[in-house]
Design a protein around this ligand. Structure first.
Ligand code: XMP
Length: 326
């Protein structure tokens, strides 16, 4: 009989047997999989685990706090936070090409994570315990698609946390390898992982960096964060979170259109709403959201975010459109 309590008990025993008294490291992205994997390992070996969270500044409003505060409070995980926001902005300056952005974000991410991992290893060295293991939130569907990652990997270069540093030799701890997503969520809830994390919709590793068409700047990130936060709040308020697979909110940074706001003419940027329904993200349909919800989102964004004077809806299925715009 499947129940999350049994899975936790089995995995805790398996992790203890695998790890012994060695030290363990885990890269946290704020997503469901890495968070639940980390919580499970923490349950098994406590402070032998150190989690590393790289804040690349491309997260949505409130997400860094969800990891730094809520997740730590709920699980007691030992967390090393690396504030790399300036570094990513600098590396992305002047870059508009989507694939170049993805490569830069992936490259910087690995560098920052490697450096943090080295520091964890060095700190542990003083206490005589070696870091031998790296936790990954690999799920059963990832294992089955043995090629690894998603089928679309060659359409857009997907970057995921945990590309292994070559010169750091870790063995993998993958406590979610036999589980499907809904089972991972049940295990997460049972472990006390915050609901805001357990029910999070998919969010790409490169984050808002691939939801700004054009150059990524601090100002544009702020505009997109504000618009995204309104859209998410209204979708949640309308009770639509679990009906929608995900709803990217995209800022067309290189497009301007004329508007009239207050007593004046404006020349602002459009925001695109991209709500999709899907089973596995390989194909998707655009979600027929209720008009009233769309109207509220549009009104709030244009009232509350002065840089935006137009909100548009993406009504393209996948294929031909991908879910993300870049
Ligand atoms: P596309 O845009 O290819 O997206 O239709 C399919 C799914 O994958 C997510 N996505 C990513 N996830 N790293 C990730 O971890 C990435 O680089 C990445 N790019 C896209 C996307 O949000 C959707 O769920």
């Amino acid at each position: 009989d499947w129940n999350p309590g049994n899975v936790i008990a089995d995995q805790v025993a398996a992790i203890r047997a695998q790890v012994g008294d060695a030290r363990v490291i885990c890269g946290l992205s704020g997503g469901v999989d890495s968070s639940v994997a980390a919580a499970l390992v923490q349950r098994a070996v406590g402070d032998q685990l150190t989690c590393v969270f790289v804040d690349h500044g491309l997260l949505r409003a409130g997400e860094a706090e969800q990891v730094e505060t809520d997740f730590v409070a709920a699980t007691g995980v030992q967390l090393k936070v690396v504030d790399a926001r300036e570094r990513f902005l600098t590396a992305l300056a002047g870059v508009s090409d989507p694939e170049t952005k993805r490569k830069i974000i992936g490259r910087e991410f690995i560098r920052v994570f490697e450096q943090a991992a080295r520091e964890v290893v060095e700190d542990a060295g003083e206490h005589g315990a070696e870091v031998k293991f790296l936790v990954q939130g690999t799920l059963y569907p990832d294992v089955v698609e043995s090629g690894g990652g998603e089928g679309a990997a060659n359409i857009k270069s997907h970057h995921n946390v945990g590309g292994l540093p070559d010169d750091l030799q870790f063995s993998l701890v993958e406590p979610l390898r036999t589980l499907f997503k809904d089972e991972v969520r049940a295990v997460g809830l049972e472990l006390g992982v915050p609901e805001s994390i357990v029910w999070r919709q998919p969010f790409p590793g490169p984050g808002l960096g691939i939801r700004i068409v054009g150059e990524v700047t601090a100002e544009r990130l702020e505009v997109l964060r504000a618009a995204d936060s309104i859209a998410r709040a209204e979708l949640t308020r309308a009770g639509l979170d679990r009906e929608i697979w995900q709803c990217p909110v995209v800022l067309l940074g290189d497009v301007r259109s004329v508007g009239v706001q207050g007593d004046g003419r404006t020349y602002g940027h459009p925001i695109v709403l991209r709500p999709v329904s899907s089973e596995d993200a390989m194909t998707a349909d655009w979600t027929r959201l209720p008009y009233e919800v769309l109207a509220t989102i549009s009104t709030r964004i244009t009232n509350e975010v002065p840089e935006v004077n137009r909100v548009v809806l993406d009504v393209t299925s996948k294929p031909p459109g991908t879910i993300e715009w870049e």
